[in-house]
Ligand binder design. Sequence first.
Ligand code: ASP
Ligand code: MG
Length: 404
Amino acid sequence: MSEIIVQKFGGTSVGSVERIESVAEIVKNASHSNTVIVVVSAMSGETNKLIKLANHFGENPDKREFDALVSTGETISSALLTMALHSKGIKARSFSASQISMKTTDSYSKAKILDVDAEKILKVIEDGTIPIITGFQGITEGGDVTTLGRGGSDTTAVAIAAQVNASRCDIYTDVDGIFTTDPKIVSNAKKLDSITMEEMLELAGQGAKVIQTRAVEFANKYNVPVRVLSSFNDGEGTLINLKEETMENALVSGIAFQKDQVKFTLHGVGDIPGTAFKILGPISDAEVEVDVIVQNVSVDGKTDFTFTVSAEDQDTVTKVIEDIKSEVEFNDLMIDSEIAKVSIVGVGMRSQAGVASKAFKALSQNDVNIQIICTSEIKITMVIDKDLVDKAVQVLHEEFELDK
Ligand code: ASP
Ligand code: MG
């Protein structure tokens, strides 16, 4: 058997029967030199349409039924692509999550993959048939349908690639690859030929939307090389490298940003052991991801505790904080949704100083006030006013000469 590659096609790539026809052509060509496994998203707009239908009978439909409904978009595209391949004389067969035992946890709409029946998939490819597998879907131990969260088909593809030991997972989308930043904000943003897995993890986690963060985490954990490329244009895309290139590490590889953020500040919190846990524990129990977390030096035994969450979690977090009021003493709760995060990422930062000061200088010269700064070895995240994000990204892109 030739090298196995997993090809994943996103919503726009399979957005119409014409698009499905061109995708079938891509799959057919790849199958001449590789053993191919395909994972598909729903046709673009389909998942949103299903969510809208679900909300017709109330804002909070039953979680099990919700997933049963919104998972069907992928079923449509997998069957259609299979038919398209048949029309080209290629042996293919569609598979749902249940048919390949894509086992997940039972947290509906955010289910996590536990296991996949690799044997079943391998049997299909050994027979010379191309499996066309539904992304996004899973099943619980009890056989109920779950979904993996928006953009979850990327994770399906990488998980399958890991389980069958594929030599690569190709994520086909409607852009040419990973860019230095969003070309909609910076017109001369550049497509990267390669990027390290670490950088991609940070960029995806900080808002670069091309590939789901969980998919990158999976790829990193199971050493799956991933390539992001266009199904519309020819090109090599961007390879996400498992190994760090040692020769010429970019100081800054990319800039990511997130506008849909909310900043919570508990003002006047007691500076006593256990406080951070009492605040963040229940938030994490509510399955909300917290990002920038800052606690300052206390004055008179009181301090401020600040963190950011995604805007969709604002109500949940507000409620959690209401609930812990009796246990955690604080003076005020401040909620600010007029903020955004901008992050610069690059493995070169590890060995070179001055990146932060260069960024701060450029922003100050352009009247962008930085509210919070938070760093990791290869990332600097700044919380700023939401209205200034585009400007900040443009300024930083220029300052670090990412267009060169
Ligand atoms: N169809 C799902 C969504 O729109 C999953 C995916 O496309 O990856 O989020
Ligand atoms: Mg996607």
